[in-house]
Design a protein. Structure first.
Length: 315
């Protein structure tokens, strides 16, 4: 108590870290290297490796088996594969920022109270959302930079107007002629391309706003409501916009289309799995009776208790 009073008199805020036995841990604190980042980095790295293997299998192994030419596609690993894999990793990670909140909401509805502990795995997951979000922002930023330099009618033909193809008779020598097909690419986007690109740019911009708002100096200037509006509402808009970016990219291939000997879904399809799960889980929570009941629980109401609890302010 005396130490606390002395610390307070010196103008600091004392924090009780336990008894003398904790002193070793406290001494180690300045030596720790970003402890809150280890798990989120490991999670995102795990997702990246999983998706990388999937992409490698689809773009290199499968395509080469199909074409029978094993010298194709290897050069695409550092840029094309990497860009697609980080794009999908970013979208999955963004969805994983919102799914734990949804699970938490269902648990609260089920238990009828907010005053009960979430399971440890969910608690840990909820606590790492900030780090997941910032790593996701980094990946989306790299993807956007690479894509702006990379997008052409040759590389991303799906979103451009149809090219014009000519067949030309080429005279090789006096006795031989061959027929070659010449392709004149069209540099104009089709309507899907227009949507695809603007959705990607809007999602990037919203994610940057989320990232800026999570800087401690900026967070300190925002009210709780403003911060929640940016993180929760704008974050959901960013998730849906990024998912639309993906849908417009692969518009004709979204449904009933299989890659790799008709066995595996294609990248833009499985990119949508976690966002789809998030949206499906979110929709019932938007129904007014469910939403009102959840808000009531978050204000302190407890099912089964006599009166609305007055245990505290909304979080
Ligand atoms: C670039 C970027 C930066 C990010 N920065 C941050 C950051 O700085 N900090 C951060 O936390 N996240 C951050 N995130 C992650 C994410 O945006 C936020 O966690 C966001 O608030 C999640 O919104 P939500 O609607 O799912 O959850 P929330 O609104 O946080 O709600 C989650 C769950 O908490 C419970 N809950 C909510 N309100 C109450 C209440 N009043 N009482 C009891 N329980 C309640 C409910 O079960 C609810 O479902 C960031 C994401 C990105 C992409
Ligand atoms: C200005 C911003 C952006 C631009 C210019 C852009 C551009 C592109 C391009 C060109 C592709 C096609 C890549 C290919 O087929 O090789 C693509 C795919 C994709 N993008 Fe973006 N993008 C942007 C932002 C985002 C953001 C913020 C996200 C969300 C996280 C995102 C998620 C995706 C996904 C999931 C794919 C599909 C990957 C695949 O082909 O399997 N993009 N984007």
């Amino acid at each position: 108590m005396k130490v606390s009073e002395m610390v307070r008199a010196m103008g600091f805020h004392p924090v009780d870290w336990g008894n003398l036995a904790a002193s070793r841990d406290i001494e180690d604190v300045p030596l720790r290297l970003m402890p809150s980042w280890k798990r989120p980095v490991a999670v995102v790295f795990g997702i990246f490796v999983f998706l990388w293997i999937l992409a490698f299998f689809s773009f290199q192994i499968c395509r080469n088996i199909q074409s029978g030419q094993w010298d194709e596609n290897w050069k695409r690993i550092p840029l094309t594969n990497f860009n697609r894999v980080i794009a999908i990793t970013a979208l999955w990670t963004l969805a994983f920022c919102y799914i734990p909140g949804l699970i938490a909401a269902y648990i609260q509805l089920w238990r009828g109270t907010k005053y009960s502990r979430f399971p440890k795995w969910l608690d840990d997951w909820l606590k790492m959302r900030k780090q997941l979000g910032l790593i996701m922002l980094g990946l989306a930023g790299i993807h956007a930079c690479i894509s702006v330099a990379y997008i052409t009618p040759q590389t991303t033909g799906w979103v451009y107007e149809e090219p014009t193809r000519f067949q030309a008779e080429v005279v090789v020598d006096a006795n031989t002629t061959t027929t070659n097909t010449l392709t004149i690419y069209n540099n104009e986007f089709n309507w899907r391309g227009e949507f695809f690109l603007s959705m990607g740019a809007i999602a990037t911009c919203l994610l940057v706003v989320l990232g800026i708002s999570s800087l401690p100096s900026v967070t300190a200037t925002l009210s709780w409501r403003e911060f929640t509006f940016i993180q929760s509402k704008l974050g959901w808009v960013a998730l849906i916009t990024a998912a639309c970016h993906d849908v417009f990219l692969a518009w004709h291939y979204m449904f009933l289309y299989w890659g790799c000997f008709r066995t595996l879904p294609i990248g833009p399809q499985y990119a949508l799995y976690p966002p789809f799960i998030a949206v499906i889980m979110k929709l019932p929570l938007l129904l007014p009776p469910v939403d009102n009941y959840l808000q009531k629980i978050r204000r302190g109401y407890e099912r089964g208790s006599q009166s609305e609890s007055k245990k505290g302010n909304p979080l």
